[in-house]
Design a protein around this ligand. Structure first.
Ligand code: ZN
Length: 338
């Protein structure tokens, strides 16, 4: 299986992070890339650079207003006297039904869901290349590869059409799914990250051509709190095309694989032409987030089960944070998919 990755993706280096109100180092570290490249190589994968696809695959799932914000906010922020070195919002609209703010501070609050997605000088370039890795992986399977891996970093699944959040700026899984729609009538996105894929859900919530499924730690006391509950089923034409499978904290391999069976049954009934796997490795028992207890062997079994569904597959990297086994977990998953 081919891996797509560009060195520019490593330049984004976020510092700011609050965990339950406490300042901590941001876990979405550039070093994750080195571990993931080692993991992909150990699975026998070749690392290839994606093309620069321009804005069109990104603009297919994000609003022009938001993309203009992401591209320009860092420079605008730096012109504010005594501004922080990273763009971090300090005010949010209660509901997004008022006027669109003109100021950098107002727009940061409008377009950023939380404080864990600080924007620095390198963020926009890194996020674009991450999305182009996802686009190139989609192009590869559209050209006949059975599967392809997009080593996306920064990750994407918490980004909505016009909101960043949770380390995410551009929704790479959504970019891949929308790209696949050029040749596929129906696409399923299966998100196995520890955290609910709220941005992906939001982007496709009213659509019946893209089925979104997420297996994650129950958001009742876990990020992203406001989304990821089992009664969120889609709306309008999309009603019934979103499935959330929240798991109790510390669920291990067996519980996760049971949920995966339910997800795959729903995918069978949808009969998609292509599958996007939003691959978070943070459900691992040794991940710093400590939400679920999937083992390294568990990731191999997750990959093997997904491999039983024969259709083009784009695997998009989401979360999974620094721990000794991060690369091994990717090797195990990719080996399972085969
Ligand atoms: Zn996550």
């Amino acid at each position: 299986m081919k891996t797509f990755y560009a060195v520019e993706q490593k330049r984004h280096d976020p510092k700011g992070f609050l965990s339950s109100g406490a300042p901590k180092p941001n876990p979405e570290q550039p070093e994750r890339v080195d571990r993931l490249i080692a993991g992909a190589k150990a699975a026998g994968s070749e690392i290839l650079r994606p093309r620069d696809f321009g804005l069109s695959p990104i603009a297919a799932v994000h609003t022009p207003e938001y993309l203009s914000f992401l591209q320009n906010i860092y420079a605008r922020w730096q012109r504010i006297p005594d501004a922080s070195p990273e763009v971090i919002p300090n005010i949010h609209p209660l509901a997004r039904d008022g006027s669109y703010p003109a100021s950098a501070v107002g727009q940061a609050g409008y377009h950023m869901a939380d404080t864990s997605c600080p924007i620095s000088a390198e963020t926009w370039e890194s996020a674009c290349w991450s999305a182009w890795s996802a686009t190139e992986a989609a192009e590869a399977v559209m050209s006949g590869e059975p599967s392809a891996y997009a080593l996306c970093r920064p990750p994407g699944h918490h980004a909505f059409a016009d909101v960043a959040g949770g380390f995410c700026f551009i929704n790479n899984s959504a970019v891949a799914a929308q790209r696949l729609r050029r040749t596929a009538s129906r696409v399923a996105i299966l998100d196995v990250d520890l955290h609910h894929g709220n941005g992906t859900q939001g982007i496709f919530y009213g659509r019946s051509d893209v089925l979104t499924i997420s297996i994650h730690a129950d958001p009742v006391r876990f990020y992203p709190f406001f989304w990821g509950h089992s009664d969120e089923r889609g709306e309008a034409a999309g009603l019934g095309y979103n499935l959330n499978l929240p798991l109790a904290r510390k669920t291990g391999d067996n519980g996760f694989l049971e949920a995966l069976d339910a997800a795959l049954n729903r995918i069978d009934a949808f009969a998609p032409d292509a599958l996007v796997v939003a691959l978070g490795l943070d459900a691992f028992e040794g991940d710093p987030f400590g939400g679920l207890c999937v083992s390294t062997d568990g990731f191999a079994r997750i990959g093997e089960k997904i491999a039983t569904r024969v259709m083009p597959k784009v695997i998009v990297q989401e979360g999974g944070y620094l721990c000794d086994e991060l690369g091994d977990n990717l090797t195990a998953f990719l080996g399972g998919v085969g």
